[in-house]
Design a protein around this ligand. Structure first.
Ligand SMILES: Cc1cc2nc3c(=O)[nH]c(=O)nc-3n(C[C@H](O)[C@H](O)[C@H](O)COP(=O)(O)O)c2cc1C
Length: 317
């Protein structure tokens, strides 16, 4: 069974992938989407999106990372996919799920789901351009506004010979509103043979096992759940190995924050590090009262030196 860390633009960057994969349990990562219009990006853009290209397309923990592309034009997508692979990407994932208005207005993400032909053409063109041995994968929602479309969309992705398909089990119009409709996965499985990765609303080990029961998939992707519990993947692996699932305490979680902050200052800069660390602390607050208290205390701090000394005071072990 494979566990995937979900791509999350503005959240799961290189530092976050590095931090989370070091904790164990994650088998596979996907970068934030790189929006493709009509140009071939310079190498620097690929390296910024996926610094792991310089380390064999793997995080320091050794976890493979695929580069995710988003766009509506098949040829430029194929050209950029080929470049990503030349730079060392172990695979290319195509995003057909993004619900953001700006992205959809510019023709990309979930808006493509309105036409199965377009999904087919994009996946097929990229698949044919990229060397056969390098996986090309796709990530979809159930449809734009009609979940019954997911079967036809999955068939189009399969016909275009993608290696696997991640299904975020909601339509674009569902946004991020619970529930996720996992029950569509077996319906897709009835009509296709493409390997599926089930995604949406897995927040804890119990949700994960419910998702297995409903979908019977071999692979699962988790996004927001790991931001509120960084050890969720490790806990899931423990449960799959029939081991005792370790309880996660704030004592174990809090030292991750100063490390993450310092790495983010080096990766981008101080202001970025302050804002990303606050963002993570806010996500952790969902599941943790101590995180919530700390967030309330430091959310107004904007200067890096003051922020750092507060993190050191509250989060050192
Ligand atoms: C802030 C945010 C950014 C996201 N960015 C991306 C992205 O760049 N590419 C993508 O395919 N999905 C993106 N997603 C969707 C997630 O990968 C995932 O499909 C979704 O959050 C559902 O999974 P979850 O319930 O485990 O969070 C994003 C989601 C969020 C909340």
């Amino acid at each position: 069974m494979k566990l995937f860390l979900a791509p999350m633009e503005g959240v799961v960057d290189w530092v976050m992938r590095d931090t989370l994969t070091t904790l164990g349990g994650i088998d596979h990562c996907v970068t934030e989407f790189l929006r493709i219009t009509d140009k071939l990006y310079p190498d620097s853009v690929f390296y910024k999106n996926c610094p792991e290209l310089k380390t064999g397309s793997r995080t320091r923990a050794g976890t493979p990372v695929f580069v995710q592309l988003l766009g509506g034009q098949a040829e430029p997508l194929a050209e950029n996919a080929v470049r990503a692979v030349e730079l060392g990407a172990l695979g290319v994932d195509l995003n057909f799920g993004c619900p953001a208005k700006t992205v959809n207005r510019h023709d990309g993400g979930a808006s493509i789901l309105k036409s199965c032909d377009r999904v087919f053409t994009i996946v097929d063109t990229v698949r044919k351009a990229v060397p056969r041995k390098v996986p090309v994968t796709a990530k979809i929602r159930l449809g734009f506004d009609d979940p019954t479309k997911c079967i036809e969309i999955a068939q189009a992705v399969e016909e275009a010979q993608a290696n696997w398909l991640t299904v975020h089990c909601r339509t674009k119009t569902d946004g991020y509103k619970p529930p996720a409709y996992w029950e569509w996965i077996p319906k897709i499985q009835e009509k296709t043979k493409i390997p599926l990765v089930a995604n949406g609303e897995i927040w804890n080990v119990h949700d994960f096992h419910r998702c297995i029961e409903v979908t019977g998939c071999d692979s699962y992707m988790i996004g927001r759940g790991v931001m509120s519990n960084p050890f969720i993947f490790k806990q899931i692996k423990q449960s799959l190995d029939q081991k005792e699932v370790e309880l996660v305490s704030w004592e174990r979680t809090k030292p991750l924050l100063p490390q993450f902050f310092e790495a983010s200052t080096v990766f981008i800069n101080d202001d970025f590090a302050v804002s990303r660390t606050k963002q993570w602390l806010k996500a952790l607050s969902l599941k943790n009262e101590e995180a919530k208290q700390l967030f309330e205390e430091i959310k107004v701090i904007t200067k890096a030196p003051e922020f750092r000394s507060n993190l050191e005071k509250h989060c050192s072990v």
